[in-house]
Each structure stands twice: as C-alpha cells, then as structure tokens.
Design a protein around this ligand. Structure first.
Ligand SMILES: Nc1ncnc2c1ncn2[C@@H]1O[C@H](COP(=O)(O)OP(=O)(O)O)[C@@H](O)[C@H]1O
Ligand SMILES: [Mg+2]
Length: 239
C-alpha cells in the first residue's frame, strides 16, 4: 500500500525555476532525518534534474518504466544531501512517450517506498504532467512576478481546476521575488485566484554559482537567505 506523499512541481512558463524549486525542495525535505525522499524528473523531453543535482547515473524514469518492475529504493542514485534521484538519461536519448497508466504506476511504486516523492513536472501541459498533477497529493505552481508568468499560472490553474482534484487545486510559489515589486501574495490571489505560500527571493549569483558547481543551495550556501526561503514551503506542506 502506498503511504508516502507525492508533490508535483509545475512551472507557469519555461525558465521560472521549476527544476530549481523541485531539486532544492527535495533537499529541504531530506533535511528531516525521519523522512525518506525521492526526486523524480517527469519533464520527459527537456528534463534537467541531472544538471541541477549533478546526478547523471543510475536507473532513469524511462528504464524503470520499460522494465515494468517497481524500482528498488536502494538501486536509485543518491544525492549527498540524503535523497534519492530518479532522473532521465543526460542526453535524453531514451526519451519516449509515457502513457498515463505508467505515470500512476510509477508514482504509486515510489510512494510505497518513500515518505515523500517530489516530481519535476516541467511547464508543459501534457498527459504526463497532468497525470502527475492529478495523482499527486499536492501541487506547487511556480511563477515569477512577471506578467507573462502570472498569465501562464492563471491558465494552468484553470486547466488543473478541471481535473476534479480533491481538495486544493494548487499552491503558489513566487520565485525570483523582489521585495519592492508590489507583487505580493494577496495581490496574486486577487488577480489569478492562486494561494501563494512562499516567496523565494531573487538570488542570481548564488543560484548560478551553485549550478556551476553542480550543487544545491543547501550545499553551496547553506546559510544564505535564499536557502532559508525554502522552509516556507515545508511549513505549508508537511508530510
Ligand atoms: N530564486 C532565483 N533567483 C535567481 N535565479 C534563479 C532563481 N531560481 C532559479 N533561478 C535561475 O533561473 C534559471 C532557470 O531555472 P530552472 O530551474 O532551470 O527553470 P525551469 O525548470 O522552470 O526551466 C537557472 O539559471 C536558475 O539558476
Ligand atoms: Mg526545468
């Protein structure tokens, strides 16, 4: 019986920081020693969880689905911060369509072995991302303060609201937030109906340096303000 919780991270448009949030959130959850965590890349044709985590080995989403055998937690690649990673081939050479049933099966297999399954669902709305969102326990919609991203968030929220998801359709995260932008959680809720639970500040230098070193923020700059911003999310989403 699957008992773990799955959280799907969906971006309001490309480049808003979906993978950054998914990977650093997995690290944040894994900081709780009582919790086993796996990060899964379901951004099938453009996924780059490997780039963000530095993990490019081990079984991939596509090899696990092709084998039709539930992935053994101990066989998955492990990040130094204590979570497992089920990514994609770094050259995306085995990228292929995946049917909705396979997504549900994969999520259930992982939930039976991990307390927390963090899914990078990318930014596209397709069968894989929508199935992941539908069958996850929670959905985080990542946006920035830019008008185009907010419009993307509104459109995705509308599509998600048609999936007959029990409970809250999605919770919002504003990434690259600027203190003086005027785009605060109340304004976003009023404009597009999204409940914002966290603002991750704009921290270009820290994020670029971490990416270059293939490290996550908790490894590269554990005491930086942007690293602490992630605790806002875990406070709202407790597993
Ligand atoms: N809070 C932030 N402040 C500054 N830059 C950020 C922040 N979050 C992400 N970035 C940068 O934005 C770029 C896109 O991030 P990424 O997570 O790959 O986006 P997506 O998965 O939505 O395409 C990367 O260079 C990343 O380092
Ligand atoms: Mg991405």
């Amino acid at each position: 019986m699957p008992t773990g919780k799955a959280i799907a991270i969906l971006g309001a448009k490309g480049g808003v920081g979906t993978t950054t949030i998914a990977a650093n959130l997995a690290a944040e959850f894994a900081a709780n020693p009582d919790q086993s965590v796996v990060l899964v890349d379901l951004n099938l044709f453009l996924g780059d969880v490997g780039l963000h985590t530095g993990i490019e080995s081990g079984p991939t989403v596509l090899t696990v689905i092709a084998s039709d055998t539930a992935p053994d937690a101990s066989a998955l690649a492990r990040h130094p911060l204590g979570f497992s990673v089920l990514g994609l081939a770094s050259d995306l050479s085995d990228a292929d369509e995946v049917p909705a049933e396979a997504v549900v099966w994969l999520l259930d297999s992982l939930r039976s072995q991990f307390d927390c399954v963090v899914v990078d669902a990318g930014t596209d709305l397709n069968e894989v991302s929508l199935t992941a969102c539908r069958y996850a326990d929670d959905r985080l919609l990542v946006t920035t303060e830019q008008r185009s991203a907010l419009i993307g968030a509104k459109r995705r929220l509308h599509v998600l609201s048609q999936l007959e998801i029990p409970g809250t359709v999605a919770l919002g995260v504003i990434n690259r937030a600027h203190a003086d932008s005027g785009v605060n959680p109340a304004a976003v809720h009023q404009a597009i109906g999204l409940t914002v639970i966290a603002r991750i500040r704009n921290a270009w230098a820290d994020n670029q340096a971490a990416l270059t070193a293939k490290k996550l923020l908790r490894e590269h700059c554990p005491t930086a303000n942007v690293t602490h911003d992630y605790t806002q999310i875990t406070r709202h989403v407790r597993y």
